[in-house]
Design a protein around this ligand. Structure first.
Ligand SMILES: Cc1cc2nc3c(=O)[nH]c(=O)nc-3n(C[C@H](O)[C@H](O)[C@H](O)COP(=O)(O)OP(=O)(O)OC[C@H]3O[C@@H](n4cnc5c(N)ncnc54)[C@H](O)[C@@H]3O)c2cc1C
Length: 448
């Protein structure tokens, strides 16, 4: 791929959550010297993820973090006044998970430093100067990855969703013993929704989410009592609060959906929540963080080693993250819209129409499928290639199981008969089975 032999000097990654550590490891794998700066989170959160996060962690080399995922446990959902089928999620105790992420990064050769980043700027000689709380002079790097999550500074060009806040209170069983009943539940109420969970140690994490702009929340001194009262009114919460009592202070977490501006600018790239932070209802924050981090090393590698393709690589990163942001926002909107008990409540009204009225998926017809040039990720770089573009997949699909799709579709379109199409595809894919698989995929996706 014409990689030049000169590897630019070190890259600094700011923030050691899933996005920062996965990006740092990916960059080390591409031959870069990486220093990661992180300060630990100031409170113990519990979060839930779906099984596909495991795949992302494995791909990123985050094996210790993967081992910190609890086995899947039942999740009850109470929406529209009734309980739907139970599904499952893996609970994550963030302090243990976050510590495992940093051990993974160290094991892969990332220089991990515990230090608070105060800011950074590009210097006139083309480097980035990072200011740390604990030391002067600044740390210099060839490139900076902004991965400080929601703590990363935002510029004015961001997109903000409905202002949202979650109030988290821990509860402990009064007799101090763990039930071993690892589980979680989601329940809607008139001006928000709650996520209720019990970890393996018996500790309960009861989190209530409100609209920060319209909710009539009391002052700080009365918030804990307010949440306790609210929990008493929630059917599923009783199961978590019986024979338990609140422990420690209440934590407020900002969780407004945000698509940052300046995601790829100059010698910097944003990943994870620093780039796209979603609504916690989707439970997809860690998945999104890993998705952005798995592509980021190739983007940075292209910007540094192939400056002629820097704009292409930046576009690839920005378009993919923006596409993910709107996809998850629209999926969230449709889930909020299913809740029809409180049509007058500002919480529900705002979320049922944000971000827009665009459908989550656009039905495609074979005649809408186009072959076009788009940036794609190939062997640690971003290159331009022919892809299949549909109304539902405007960024295009390049390959299926390693086989380029655009030439395959062209062969089928140019064939006079179905038999000829099959024969040509078998030649192209190397086997009859390969041809059958491609044809089935084209038909299922309405490419043919
Ligand atoms: C209320 C709430 C509930 C959520 N529930 C879920 C859920 O159930 N499932 C899910 O998948 N996601 C959930 N999320 C989202 C999830 O927490 C994030 O999407 C995910 O952690 C983002 O990863 P990240 O690496 O981008 O950032 P983070 O995980 O936030 O990591 C950023 C790191 O940078 C560090 N840092 C910050 N500032 C500095 C600084 N100045 N200097 C050095 N280090 C710094 C932080 O301490 C942290 O270690 C929830 C979020 C909220 C707010």
């Amino acid at each position: 791929m014409n990689a030049s032999n000169s590897i630019p000097s070190g890259i600094a990654v700011l923030g050691g959550g899933p996005a920062g550590t996965a990006t740092a490891i990916g960059l080390v794998r591409l031959g870069y010297a990486v220093t990661l700066f992180n300060t630990p989170r100031r409170f113990a959160a519990l979060e839930g993820v779906s099984g596909r996060v495991a795949q992302g962690l494995r791909q990123a080399g985050l094996d210790e973090a993967l081992a910190a995922l609890a086995p899947s446990s039942p999740r009850r959902v109470h929406w529209r006044g009734k309980e739907s089928a139970i599904n499952v999620e893996h609970l994550i105790h963030r302090p243990a998970f976050d510590a495992a992420l940093l051990r993974d990064a160290t094991r892969h050769g990332v220089a991990v430093r515990e230090a608070r980043v105060m800011g950074w700027r590009e210097t006139a000689d083309g480097r980035v100067a990072i200011t740390l709380e604990s030391e002067t002079p600044p740390f210099f790097a060839a490139f900076v990855v902004e991965a400080r999550g929601r703590a990363a500074p935002l510029d004015a060009s961001r997109v903000r969703g409905p202002e949202t806040v979650s109030l988290l209170q821990y509860w402990r069983p009064v007799n101090g013993t763990a039930t071993g009943n690892v589980r979680s539940a989601v329940q809607s109420f008139a001006d928000g929704w709650g996520w209720l969970a019990e970890g393996a140690d018996g500790r309960r994490y009861l989190q209530l989410t409100f609209d920060a702009a319209s909710a009539d929340l009391p002052d700080k001194a009365h918030l804990a009592g307010f949440c306790r009262e609210r929990l008493q009114g929630l059917e599923l919460a009783r199961d978590f609060t019986t024979d338990a009592k609140p422990e420690g202070s209440l934590h407020a977490r900002a969780c407004t959906p945000i698509l940052a501006g300046g995601i790829a600018a100059g010698r910097s790239l944003r990943v994870g929540d620093a780039a796209v932070a979603g609504d916690p209802l989707s439970g997809n924050g860690i998945f999104l963080a890993l998705s952005s981090a798995l592509q980021a090393p190739a983007v940075i590698n292209t910007i540094l080693r192939h400056p002629a393709r820097a704009a292409l690589a930046s576009d690839f990163h920005v378009q993919r993250l923006s596409g993910l942001f709107y996809r998850f926002a629209r999926a969230g909107r449709d889930f909020y819209a299913e809740e029809d008990q409180w049509p007058q409540s500002p919480f529900w009204q705002i979320r049922q129409s944000w971000p827009d009225a665009e459908p989550l998926h656009r039905e495609g017809r074979p005649e809408d499928v186009r072959i076009a040039q788009r940036p794609v990720l190939c062997d640690g770089e971003i290159i331009e290639a022919e892809v299949l573009v549909t109304p539902d997949r405007p960024l295009g699909v390049w390959k299926l199981d390693g086989i380029e799709l655009a030439p395959a579709l062209r062969l089928v379109r140019e064939a006079g008969t179905a038999a000829e199409a099959r024969r040509k595809l078998a030649e192209y894919a190397g086997t009859e089975n390969g041809a059958a698989h491609l044809l089935a995929w084209f038909r299922e996706g309405r490419y043919l």
